[in-house]
Design a binder for this molecule. Structure first.
Ligand code: PGA
Ligand code: MG
Length: 226
């Protein structure tokens, strides 16, 4: 019998239903029953992965905002400066654009280090304004993220691994987009789900045929057995 490897799981595109939206409920029990640490590494704002851990019923090990916020279960680390991203949002709005999430904007409301913009909003002016502030824009397939070029999910994983005593070379990561490339590079074994973008596919050790949660569930079966 071999122990389950620690897991690094992305949310959108990776734990999602086949149609691409909403978490597939079939992932809840395998994650809950996993006999090793599970890190949720996401581009979403901090409260979302914390809530996911809470409702699944696992310890809160979280990389949020693409590495801008890292939670080890004991300490929170902020690794990017929110002011530059906020300034970009202001300028984008002042130029007549909108972040695209409605007046109360629950996508950005609790964000602490970066800004997310709806994919229906114009990208080029966003890129230009971000570049003026020394920031990059990445497209996860779910949102444009205006972020510091430095922090990323992989660095967040290193912080958690250090604090919690996980060996990243033992870890298995599953993801779907450019924001998972650094996770894939940080861990011992990486899988891109079938719906992943080209950058994630190129960085992964293995690309799955199955998409979204079907892909992730297949990985859990495989790595548990091996
Ligand atoms: O926030 C996004 O755009 C994507 O989130 P994810 O990193 O969990 O896929
Ligand atoms: Mg994703």
């Amino acid at each position: 019998m071999t122990a389950d490897p620690p897991l690094v799981l992305d949310i959108d595109g990776t734990l999602t239903r086949p149609e691409g939206w909403g978490i597939d409920p079939r992932v809840f029990d395998p994650i809950r029953e996993w006999e090793a640490p599970v890190v949720i590494a996401t581009g979403k704002a901090f409260p979302y992965p914390v809530a996911l851990c809470h409702f699944v019923g696992i310890p809160e090990l979280v990389v949020a905002e693409n590495g801008g916020v890292v939670y080890t279960g004991d300490d929170v680390f902020f690794t990017a400066d929110r002011e530059a991203a906020r300034a970009v949002a202001e300028e984008y709005r002042a130029a007549g654009y909108d972040l695209g999430w409605g007046a109360e904007d629950t996508v950005n409301r609790w964000r602490e280090t970066e800004i997310a913009v709806n994919l229906e909003q114009p990208l080029e002016p966003l890129r230009e304004i971000a570049a003026d502030h020394g920031l990059e824009v990445i497209d996860t397939g779910y949102a444009y993220h205006v972020k510091d070029t430095d922090p990323n999910k992989g660095e967040g994983l290193e912080t958690i691994a250090d604090r919690v005593g996980i060996d990243l070379t033992d870890c298995v990561a599953v993801g779907d987009s450019v924001n998972d490339v650094s996770s894939f590079e940080a861990v011992g074994r990486s899988f891109a789900v079938g719906n992943a973008d080209e950058l994630a596919k190129a960085a992964a050790d293995e690309v799955l045929d199955a998409v979204h949660a079907d892909g992730t569930l297949a990985v859990l079966e495989r790595v548990r057995e091996s």
